[in-house]
Write a protein that binds this ligand. Structure first.
Ligand code: HEM
Length: 463
């Protein structure tokens, strides 16, 4: 293919004010419509700068895997750094590689499996406080639960009554940091929502510095991530400073609960809208577990549970874009791009491409057969990213989402309260605009579910 030095097509005119407003208003619809109108490579002008949207599976693979070393993580430039400092999500190159090697042992398979009991016991404690007939915001409930789990699993601390307040502080930070160039510009002014986020951040800092100070004072090795970080030495033999420890810990706590809770909240929503899928899943869970507590060893026996969560993360990917910045010029799709080009690769867009998925708007876990997984093009499905920066917490998140869902469905059937408007609210993760108000019904007794369940594929319903 010959390389063109013209720019790819796309919206925005000279200053890109309308595109900026459209992006800020509804980034998911905006990105989808850009791809539909301008194709697989589209240049979007916003606030006098270009970003390029790449919307083909092989392009995703190009940025994230094959040519990963030629791009820095776009995250390092945006608001994340303000909150998370210099840690895994926000550093590049050698610094990033060193940090990744350091933290990796916490996510090895055996280690991750050792977190299973914390996951199910925290979930059961939450369920013990619930009663049939209760109404609650499921998004908030699972956010608090996943926060309690990550803090206990990685930092050996049971949050107890502090959990609700800390979870709300994270919500304040995330809700008040809108993605996009306008927010990046406003961040410097420290007004309005940014000010609220900064205040919440200061309280979270206090909490994390408190964890570090307590651990230093105790002096005992807990065999957890915090002890690992405290033991770590750089090439000169120096330990991490409190600020470095804070950045690592805050990154793991934030990244370690926000996305997983989004995945669960969207899964509950999809199950409530698709009762056949719910029945089939409940039957599988009853048959395999028979009411007992799920363990990591049970998960391979629960293929439908696996398919439901895979499909939920396709339809509503908790991380809806990854961003990259070119370190050197590159050529792709017949275009030449200079160093500094900012690329957006969107899970939301690629997970909904009709030419890949056929019926992308349909929630259909049945599509996730082993053959389907095998023939899926590389880069078509990447809820956890891919390549050297693939989510370090993926094994933990995958296990956690499955264990929590299996545990919760054995006790309750959550139904969306009639008329409750459920809409995506894309922040750094794909949240819900108004949360999701659900009423708890008793879980159907196992025998009834099994009898009601006819084997074989279920018809898909619109998501
Ligand atoms: C459903 C749950 C999760 C989803 C969808 C998710 C998604 C992602 C994605 C897409 C990336 C790559 C970002 C990029 O390439 O720029 C990422 C990176 C990361 N995730 Fe997750 N994540 C989840 C759970 C977790 C958990 C449980 C943890 C920690 C306990 C975690 C910690 C991280 C960290 C530290 C990185 C940065 C890795 C690096 O750059 O080397 N995530 N995650």
């Amino acid at each position: 293919m010959t390389t063109s030095h013209t720019l790819p097509p796309g919206p925005g005119g000279r200053w890109g004010i309308n595109t900026l407003l459209a992006f800020q208003r509804d980034p998911l619809t905006f990105l989808t419509s850009v791809r539909r109108s301008y194709g697989d490579i589209a240049r979007v002008r916003m606030l006098g700068r270009d970003v390029v949207l790449f919307s083909r599976p092989d392009y995703a693979y190009y940025f994230l895997v094959d040519h990963a070393q030629n791009f820095s993580s776009g995250a390092s430039r945006d608001l994340l750094k303000r909150f998370l400092g210099e840690a895994l999500l926000t550093t590049d190159g050698e610094v990033h590689r060193r940090q990744r090697r350091l933290v990796q042992p916490a996510f090895h398979r055996k280690r991750v499996e050792s977190y299973a009991a914390t996951m199910t016991s925290q979930t059961q404690q939450m369920l013990d406080r619930w009663q049939v007939g209760d109404e609650l915001d499921m998004a908030q409930a699972v956010q608090e639960l996943t926060l309690r789990i990550i803090v206990q699993a990685l930092f050996d601390v049971d949050l107890q009554e502090q959990g609700t307040a800390i979870s709300q502080l994270f919500t304040t930070v995330v809700e008040n940091n809108r993605p996009g160039p306008l927010s990046e510009a406003l961040a410097r002014l420290n007004v309005g929502p940014i000010k609220r986020a900064q205040a919440a951040r200061a309280s979270l800092d206090e909490f994390v510095y408190g964890l570090i100070a307590q651990r230093r004072a105790g002096g005992r090795d807990h065999g957890d991530v915090l002890s690992m970080l405290l033991e770590a030495r750089d090439e000169d033999g120096a330990p991490m400073s409190d600020v470095q420890l804070r950045d690592q810990a805050m990154t793991l706590i934030a990244a370690g609960h926000e996305t997983t809770s989004n995945a669960l909240a969207w899964t509950f929503y999809l199950l409530a809208r698709n009762p056949d899928t719910y029945d089939k899943l409940r039957a599988e869970v009853s048959e395999v577990l028979g009411g007992r507590t799920a363990t990591a060893a049970d998960l391979p026996q629960l293929p439908y549970l696996d398919a439901v969560i895979s499909e939920a993360m396709r339809v509503y990917p908790p991380a809806w874009t990854v961003n990259r910045t070119a370190l050197e010029p590159f050529e792709l799709g017949g275009y030449h791009f200079p160093a500094g080009t900012r690329a957006i690769i969107s899970q939301w867009v690629i997970h909904h491409l009709p030419e890949v998925w056929g019926d992308p708007e349909t929630f259909r876990p049945e599509r996730w057969t082993p053959e389907f997984r095998q023939q899926l093009p590389r880069g078509a499905y990447f809820p956890f990213g891919a390549g050297p920066r693939i989510c370090i917490g993926m094994p933990l998140a995958e296990m956690e989402a499955r264990l929590l869902l299996a545990t919760m469905l054995q006790r309750f059937t959550p139904r969306v309260v009639a008329g409750w408007p459920v809409e995506p609210r894309p922040r750094v993760t794909l949240r819900m605009r108004n949360g999701i108000r659900m009423r708890l019904q008793a879980a159907a007794p196992a025998a009834t579910v099994a009898a009601a369940h006819a084997p074989g594929p279920q018809p898909g319903k619109s998501a």
